[in-house]
Design a protein around this ligand. Structure first.
Ligand code: B12
Length: 286
């Protein structure tokens, strides 16, 4: 990931270069020096500073790439959703990735990016195949672009602290959906958890074994595939009992997450925003 000069960052924030140098010299913004003594700011550090300081990112395209310009101009979320859908339909992966990076750099929570443009676009793309066989390829490409974009966003997150609470999770056996679990992992990482995503198609016994190994405070299960024969529901209930004995909280979500009574000890969340609220609560209690 590239480093920025004070000039690059100043132009993207529409402030003077000397302001950026002052932030560096005061320690508010970390920078390294080149052999020639010039300040260089890592992209992840620049994004952290922008998100935390609230200084508006006027020209995101200067730091995260072209196509990010559109984000800045779009005041309302609906327009952002539609624009992201257009980019995925056109299979413009670099622009789609730059757009999500720009939203993040502009201060959008990771959960809002997932619940907003990504969910909106995939919901619509998911209906294309009903009328056109090419829709399947578009859906596969869109998933790949979103997977890569999330991985790129994650490179901007601060590394977890050594005492960070651990979260593990995945999608059950027979569930091929990658993105929901990746999203949950990214949301939790951004909240300061040390996350271990076991990914799609993970049997419940594997999750239980992983809980022994990683000792999580929180476990997520993403359930997007239909539960033929009720096996997933049974596996989930068993996992809940195992985790309760270890003092780990269990949260499930996804299109086919079952509704369970509160006595099951399982929280059902409908969005990444709800996961955020729950995970903050678990953190505060630990
Ligand atoms: C990509 C895709 C696939 C890919 C997945 C590739 C991959 N490696 O991930 C593949 C090719 C495998 C696939 C297969 C199928 N698919 Co498909 N697929 C999709 C598509 C387009 C996107 C899925 C996705 O990633 N969405 C993004 C996620 C993040 O959105 P989300 O699930 O809504 O999640 C949000 C919330 O639910 C919540 N959430 C989700 N999980 C979790 C977890 C936690 C812990 C929390 C807190 C919250 C949470 O937060 C998310 C963000 O807001 C959807 C369309 C859609 N609406 O999503 C269809 C869709 C789900 N598929 C569908 C169908 C029909 C199928 C197939 C049956 C097609 C076929 N004939 O083979 C198979 C079934 C596979 C199976 N075993 O179940 C239908 C399902 C219809 C239904 N009634 O259930 C959909 C809705 C498309 C449609 N409109 O027809 N699919």
């Amino acid at each position: 990931m590239r480093d920025l000069s004070p000039r690059d960052l100043a132009r993207s924030l529409d402030v003077s270069e000397s302001s950026v140098k002052r932030w560096v010299d005061s320690g508010a913004l970390a920078a390294r020096r080149t052999a020639g003594g010039h300040r260089r700011i890592a992209l992840a550090e620049a994004v952290r500073f922008v998100r935390e300081s609230g200084v508006p990112l006027v020209r995101p395209e200067l730091i995260v790439g072209a196509a990010a310009t559109t984000v800045r101009r779009e005041a309302d979320a609906d327009e952002t959703d539609r624009r992201f859908l257009e980019l995925l339909e056109a299979d413009d992966a670099p622009a789609a990735r730059a757009m999500l990076m720009a939203l993040y750099a502009s201060g959008w929570p990771v959960a809002a990016i997932c619940d907003g443009p990504v969910r909106y676009a995939l919901e619509r793309i998911g209906t294309l195949w009903h009328d056109d066989p090419a829709g399947i390829a578009i859906a596969h490409r869109a998933t790949d672009t979103c997977v890569r974009a999330l991985a790129e966003l994650r490179a901007l997150f601060a590394p977890p602290r050594s005492d960070a609470p651990v979260a593990i999770g995945g999608a059950p056996d027979g569930d091929p959906y990658q993105l929901p679990s990746m999203m949950a992992a990214a949301v939790l990482a951004d909240l300061g958890y040390r996350d271990y995503n076991l990914g799609a198609d993970t049997p419940f016994e594997t999750l239980a074994q992983a809980a022994d190994r990683y000792r999580p405070r929180l476990v997520w299960v993403a359930m997007s595939a239909s539960d033929r024969g009720g096996q997933q529901r049974a596996g989930l209930t068993e996992l809940a009992a195992i985790l309760a004995a270890r003092g780990a909280a269990l949260v499930v979500g996804g299109r086919h997450a079952p509704s369970l009574p509160p006595s099951s000890g399982i929280l059902r969340a409908r969005s990444m925003a709800e996961l955020t609220a729950f995970a903050r609560g678990v953190r505060m209690a630990s």
